[in-house]
Write a protein that binds this ligand. Sequence first.
Ligand code: GNR
Ligand code: NI
Length: 211
Amino acid sequence: VCKPVAAVDDDIRRLADDMLETMYDAPGIGLAAIQIGEPVRMLVIDLAKEDEAKAPHVFINPQIVASSDDISIYEEGCLSIPDYYAEVERPETVTVTYLDRDGKAQEMVADGLMATCLQHEIDHLNGVLFIDHISKLKRDMVVRKFKKLAREKAPQRLVGDEPGVGVELLDALGDRLEAHRLAELQQRVDHRRRAVGVLQHLAHERPVDLQ
Ligand code: GNR
Ligand code: NI
């Protein structure tokens, strides 16, 4: 879904800064560029707790080059699927190669939350969401809830100063709940405004009752 970054230039660094700002604002511990409408292979992560110093990481063209056989289970959430959490099994340890914000080639051996988050974000670059890793029964329930919410709420909520977007977004949500298609629709909007708009909208969504 997302194209490799051709060169780590000032535009890319600006995008990285916007992504970090959007992630801190959300708040979240990771964000893929596609989540703010930029279909390029980059992501940001900061696992620092609220009372700790910021620890921003920028991963450009990340690639998983090794995965452990050991599996770990984390309860995951996603800014693209507000207020829904589920346990996901993934390799406990991954080795990821990437370019940093200076364009320098790096390799990271990650475990724990960093490994989970890297895999979650790299999935986004490939059009995969964490609900694609849970049972079909649970996934279908989530998708059904969100379709319903989208039908009820999306038009009023999102039309805003972008006439037409609400209706298109409704279609996009109804279609697949996908941040990626949603993002494509919104590329005409400045990405920072879009990011804040989409994330605020998602953040203010009411909790999904899955009982
Ligand atoms: O903020 C986030 N928390 C989180 C928790 C467990 C596993 C993955 C994540 S990533 C998520 C932000 C997000 O949706 N990034 O794409
Ligand atoms: Ni996510």
